[in-house]
Write a protein that binds this ligand. Sequence first.
Ligand code: HPA
Length: 248
Amino acid sequence: MLAIIGGSGLAGLHGLVVNRRQTVSTPYGEPSSELVFGNLAGHDVLFLARHGTGHTIPPHQINYRANIWALNAQGVKSMVAIATVGGIRGDLAPGLISIPDQILDYTHGREATFFTQEDRGLRHIDFTMPYCGQMRTACLAAAEDAGVSVFDGGTYATTQGPRLETAAEIIRLERDGADMVGMTGMPEAVLARELDLSYAAIVVTANHAAGKASSRHGIAMEEMKKVMHKAMDKVQLILVKLAARDGD
Ligand code: HPA
């Protein structure tokens, strides 16, 4: 069964036939929302709204550990995370969908591991390739099946939020090698890896990052929302094909 973590603009899925909603708790506390067990075009999926059902939880206050733990506890092996980003690279224009392959982490103060002294003890994990190669390939193939063109790759810089960045911060991220910037990529990806889950992300560029192109003098927030909602329709087409590839 495929687990889908919905981000901004995707608090639910069109066409999802809901079988059951379950409120769960974990050793790390409560996940962002109830777990929604459903069927997407004939295939079982499990959906979780990362920011809560009413989109109320800011990126730095999401209980990432509870979210990943809760999904893992349902026996899920594959997971796709949906998120929005600002495009740093000029060609990652608003509305474009990408399947990133690298991560930079600028977050702080988030609970970022299951391996603490009190808990599971110290373990170091390999994180050279932060996203699962097989899952990325499945996402790319699902996009092709859906007839949606996507960008293959890119380095996703995760900032703390909830504010957007300054123009100078974006220049710094660009120098560091970032292609796009969002607020939820970490620690979600590393927690999935710690539990050996097959995890990849499908991200929508909602705006040019601060100081870039049409965001040179500021980010038009209303326009950003419009772009995001429109692109999420395409993401949903990809998810239907991805669920079909994942099997039940
Ligand atoms: N920065 C950080 N996160 C984002 C952005 C951005 O410009 N756009 C959408 N999520």
